[in-house]
Design a protein around this ligand. Structure first.
Ligand SMILES: CC(C)(COP(=O)(O)OP(=O)(O)OC[C@H]1O[C@@H](n2cnc3c(N)ncnc32)[C@H](O)[C@@H]1OP(=O)(O)O)[C@@H](O)C(=O)NCCC(=O)NCCS
Length: 213
């Protein structure tokens, strides 16, 4: 197994790309050829993570697995509810007291950075990878997502690769965010558009205390 959980044989199709440190687990904006192989070891890790551990009724155990095995950087007070779906190890940072609600998909292949006191509602998708539809080989590509402190993202919203969300911004339920959002902006709809500004002080923390889910 290499550092990212890929077996050596499975890495062969990536050849020179991997030697250059590029591939589906790149840390920043990147591209790679379309491919359909799947390393058995990495598949098994994601199965254990997303199907087994994500539904274990113990917050402590889940957090331990995410920190130690998936190498998620979880600051003190940050909290991940049950049903999380990850697509890679590493490249995911969650700031102090931030909460990830049930059944979210956090695709950090292109690096996903979540600030402090961020509230992410159930079934939100934050996606840092996709395919270049203009490329002849439908090549893969990644771009990072950054979410500022005190951001609130409503249920079932989706944030696409390369988006930055400014401090204290709000993403309404069901929105699809295709472009970066300024500090305190409230955005809604598909594609998300500014509908208001948030004017309140940020006199709170989003810390959650739960034991099972
Ligand atoms: C974004 C949000 C916080 C705004 O709340 P609010 O300030 O009370 O806004 P209002 O309900 O007064 O709506 C303001 C306008 O935005 C529109 N709007 C509100 N939410 C919207 C949404 N999700 N999508 C599209 N438009 C929306 C309203 O229709 C209204 O439009 P109008 O002025 O033309 O009538 C809220 O609508 C929302 O999406 N909350 C998320 C709920 C959620 O996911 N909860 C999970 C908690 S864990």
């Amino acid at each position: 197994m290499d550092e990212e959980g890929f077996g050596a044989r499975a890495l062969e199709p990536l050849g020179a790309l991997v030697a250059q440190g590029r591939g589906p687990h790149a840390k920043t904006e990147d591209r790679w050829p379309h491919m359909s192989f799947s390393a058995v070891g990495f598949d098994a890790l994601l199965y254990v993570c997303n199907i087994v551990v994500a539904n274990v009724p113990s917050v402590r155990l889940r957090h331990l697995f995410y920190r130690r095995v998936m190498q998620v950087k979880m600051a003190p007070g940050s909290f991940i509810h049950s049903g999380l779906w990850l697509d890679c190890r590493r490249h995911l940072v969650i700031g102090e007291n931030s909460v990830i609600n049930q059944r979210c998909r956090l695709d950090a292949r292109g690096t996903l950075t979540i600030g402090a006191n961020v509230s992410i509602s159930p079934e939100v998708h934050l996606i840092t990878a996709d395919h270049d539809i203009a490329a002849d080989d439908l090549g893969g590509r990644t771009k990072p997502i950054t979410i500022g402190d005190y951001v609130f993202i409503g249920s079932r919203a989706m944030v696409l690769p390369g988006v930055a969300i400014g401090e204290g911004a709000v993403v309404a339920a069901g929105a699809v965010v295709t472009k970066s959002v300024g500090p305190r902006e409230v955005v809604a709809g598909i594609p998300a558009r500014k509908i208001a500004m948030r004017t309140s002080k940020f006199n709170y923390n989003t810390k959650v205390e739960r034991h099972f889910f």
